[in-house]
Design a protein around this ligand. Structure first.
Ligand SMILES: *Cc1c(COP(=O)(O)O)cnc(C)c1O
Length: 397
């Protein structure tokens, strides 16, 4: 069976009623015949049939052993960090998602878990940074927002040789494009809020473990800490996943057109998109994923926050909002929004310049999206020109 057929038909038809859509078991508890005698469910924090369907679906999709659904992407990340002990060390990609950075530094460092940030686009940097205390390598590929690509297969080898776990945040690629566990990673996490949900209508997180023992530890932590995903949101994510491959294909197609357009525009100084042959790790991206995703970032020739703010306020179709991966196009200014918790120096060093703008290219028609960007860029160029003319007028008199 081909991938899409397998995906759609791994979502079961309800045995009890024949319902083609997975029932939403909106219940906290389950009646027992006798103490301890039940139908496999006793309390919905521990297990719920709707959530269980989602968990087995994501495990199938990522080709792992165990899946677990959480109340947010950060709750999923939190569960993975809880596999560690005080004194352990994490090596993480340097332009990591802002929320993960905050969780690592402001929550876990005080419990004695330290984090080293490295540029993982060169696997060698990870090799150099590893110490006997390193227990977890954390990468995102592509990263947010500069779309850096790391070689999952090479880093997985380094992790194995050093007996530490490799966790890949696969939010940007989604399993429609990239399956890290098949490349040697141990754990995959998702913010299902993004492409898996796909409609900007929920917050959810997923963890998939390749190894059943690690999977069991994650399931233990899910129940012990309790940050589970509710039945209704589980159902929404299942519904989103049903159309994931077709949506992602179209996101990629639109994003490629947008990236090409930006790449040829005189007001743009740099475009970040793994699909461009000028991208540093374009070759690796081509090897490890089936497409380059729906996110495109770029910075302006006029590299100021002022110009970026004018751009993000000028587009009509691209709406200014945090988040990504939905059917409607969104844009954001990472330096003042998603990455504001990262210190300025660290942020700039990771390539998040003052004018950097991140686009989540949606499912509108590509020509309308390009036109929207074109008009907004014209607007900044006009105000830059006006400003310099005014300056000349005043100074020259
Ligand atoms: C959004 C996001 C997260 C956090 O997920 P939430 O669902 O917002 O908690 C983690 N990693 C990446 C790459 C993200 O884009």
């Amino acid at each position: 069976m081909q991938t899409n057929t397998k995906l759609i038909h791994s979502i079961p038809v309800d045995e009890l009623t024949g319902a083609i859509s997975v029932p939403i078991y909106q219940t906290s508890t389950y009646v027992q015949e006798a103490p301890g005698i039940n139908k496999g469910f006793d309390y919905s924090r521990t297990n719920n049939p709707t959530r269980a369907t989602l968990e087995s679906l994501i495990a199938t999709l990522e080709e792992g052993a165990v899946g677990a659904a959480f109340g947010s992407g950060l709750a999923a990340i939190d569960a993975v960090v809880k596999l560690l002990q005080s004194g352990d060390e994490i090596i993480a990609v340097d332009d990591i998602y802002g929320g993960a950075f905050r969780l690592f530094t402001q929550v876990y460092e005080k419990f004695g878990i330290t984090v080293k940030y490295v540029d993982s686009t060169e696997a060698e940097n990870i090799f150099e940074a590893i110490t006997p205390k390193t227990k977890l390598i954390w990468i995102e590929t592509p990263t947010n927002p500069t779309l850096k690509i790391s070689d999952i297969r090479a880093i997985a080898k380094i992790a194995k040789a050093n007996r530490c776990l490799l966790c890949v945040d696969n939010t940007f690629a989604s399993p429609a494009l990239q399956k890290p566990l098949t490349l040697g990673a141990d754990i995959v996490i998702h913010s299902a809020t993004k492409y898996l949900g796909g409609h900007s209508d929920l917050i959810a997180g997923l963890v998939v473990a390749a190894d059943p023992t690690i999977g069991a530890q994650i399931k233990f932590l899910q129940n012990a800490s309790g940050a589970i995903l509710g039945p209704f949101d589980s159902w929404l994510v299942i519904r989103g996943i049903e159309t994931l491959p077709v949506r992602v294909k179209e996101h990629c197609r639109n994003a490629e057109i947008v990236a090409e357009f930006l790449n040829n525009h005189p007001a743009v100084s740099k475009v970040y998109y793994p699909g461009l042959s000028s991208h540093k790790n374009h070759e690796i991206a081509t090897k490890q994923s089936k497409g380059f995703g729906g996110i495109v970032s770029f910075s302006l020739k006029n590299d100021t926050q002022e110009a970026a703010f004018e751009f993000v306020k000028s587009t009509q179709l691209f709406k200014l909002a945090e988040s990504l991966g939905g059917v409607k196009s969104l844009l954001c200014h990472p330096a003042s929004m998603t990455h504001k918790t990262i210190p300025e120096e660290k942020r700039r060093a990771a390539g998040v310049s003052d004018s950097l703008i991140r686009l989540s290219v949606g499912l509108e028609d590509a020509e309308d999206l390009v036109r929207d960007i074109e008009l907004a860029l014209e607007k900044i160029e006009n105000s830059t020109r006006q400003k310099s003319e005014l300056k000349k007028e005043i100074i020259v008199g």
